[in-house]
Ligand binder design. Structure first.
Ligand code: NAD
Ligand code: UD1
Length: 338
């Protein structure tokens, strides 16, 4: 298949590009590099020995996006492009609504015009809001979301669902990711946060490399196994494989399905710190702080629908996640900037 990846140069997009190229698909990316680097795609080519057709465009520009559809005979799209920093979305909500919602609408308009009927969307477990019970299952009620970023995901899910209802031939999978971490085992691609990281794993790895002095653990008084927050971390290579499986399912089925991508198992902050220290051989100094606003105690999903529908389950565990994160960080202490 010829597969368009919006946001294909980003963290999850670049790993998915590797997986799709290795499965024999052609990959076309549309990215404005607002949170990524074209270097990531050169590295994807190095890992796979295959070519990526890369377009430097803002996908909210529908005319430019349509030019890609006019030239490339796209069979399916995977929609990664979006802004994703929760705190920033609270400070600048209009930018988030404009970019993330316009991006989704623009892509659907181009797909409609060119008769492309298969879509995979990067959604997030954040659409579930604060849990009434765990694990999260796809049929649970959604929202209210705790920040504008989360609302853009929930609203995009709605827009895609309504569009699909207007075209009985359309097929979409809304992939609700839990906490993607890790990197490709080659150490050539990984997560490259532009500023001080907000998320746990990139923060830990920058402490390990000496770029940051210690980890601040946000709360140790949650009703969890050791008092620290529990999350369903999922290796980005497993996640990438999930996209491939979802694309294959999409080719055979119509309609919309929301599907969790997680391992189904939660690990605490301190368990991740200990695992990282064990696999890297580097002590991770940390200090307990107050809870972070908007955090929930525990989050983990039931991943059985992905297994039932498209035969996918996560195969990699916390040791693999920490080992590959560290391998990427130590080989690329300044990310793609060398
Ligand atoms: P990322 O920032 O690394 O990748 C997103 C890519 O989209 C970047 O390359 C960015 O330059 C591009 N982009 C943004 N707006 C664009 C626009 N208007 N036009 C063209 N390109 C644009 O993020 P990621 O971690 O790879 O996440 C991919 C998707 O998955 C996002 O939609 C994100 O919200 C979602 N998601 C991520 C996580 C996570 O923890 N990483 C969790 C749940 C959902
Ligand atoms: C974050 C996003 C969420 C997104 C998810 C996907 C926020 C507030 N939420 O969630 O919208 O869907 O990523 O990956 O950014 N922690 C520390 N110290 C740190 C960083 C984190 O103790 O420096 C703790 C947190 O309190 C939490 C856990 O580590 O218990 C994981 O945090 P993080 O990696 O930011 O992910 P989420 O909060 O789950």
């Amino acid at each position: 298949m010829n597969i368009l990846l919006t946001g294909g140069a980003g963290y999850i997009g670049s790993h998915t590009a590797v997986e799709l190229l290795e499965a024999g698909h052609r990959v076309i990316t549309a990215d404005n590099y607002s949170n990524s680097s074209p270097e990531a795609l050169e590295r994807v080519e190095r890992i796979t020995g295959r070519h990526v057709t890369a377009y430097d465009i803002d996908i909210t520009n529908t005319d430019r996006l349509c030019d890609i559809f006019a030239h490339e005979e796209i069979d399916a799209a995977v929609h990664f492009a979006g802004l994703k920093a929760v705190g920033e979305s609270v400070k600048d909500p209009l930018r988030y609504y404009r970019n993330n919602l316009d991006g989704t609408i623009s892509l659907l308009e181009a797909m409609k015009l060119y008769g492309v009927k298969r879509l995979i969307f990067s959604s997030s477990a954040t659409v579930y809001g604060t849990p009434e019970k765990l694990p999260f299952t796809e049929d649970m009620k959604l929202g209210p979301c705790t920040n504008p970023y989360g609302w853009t995901k929930l609203m995009s899910e709605r827009i895609i669902t309504d569009y699909a209802a207007s075209d009985p031939e359309f097929s979409a999978i809304l992939l609700r990711y839990f906490n993607p971490v890790g990197a490709h085992p080659s150490g050539l691609i990984g997560e490259d946060p532009k500023d001080i990281p907000n998320n746990l794993m990139p923060y830990i790895s920058q402490v390990a490399s000496g770029r940051l002095d210690k980890l601040h653990v946000f709360g140790n008084d949650y009703p969890t196994k050791d008092g620290t927050g529990v999350r369903d971390y999922i290796h980005v290579v497993d996640l990438a494989r999930g996209h491939r499986a979802a694309l294959e399912y999409c080719a055979e089925h119509k309609g919309v399905q929301a599907v969790n991508l997680g391992t189904g198992v939660g690990y605490s902050v301190l368990e991740m710190v200990k695992t990282f220290a064990a696999v890297s051989g580097i002590d991770i100094p940390y200090q307990i702080e107050g809870r972070r606003d908007g955090d929930i105690a525990e989050s983990y999903g039931d991943p059985s629908k992905a297994l039932e529908l498209f035969g996918w389950r996560a195969g990699l565990g916390p040791e693999d996640m920490c080992r590959d994160t560290w391998n990427w960080q130590k080989n690329n202490p300044n990310g793609y900037d060398g």
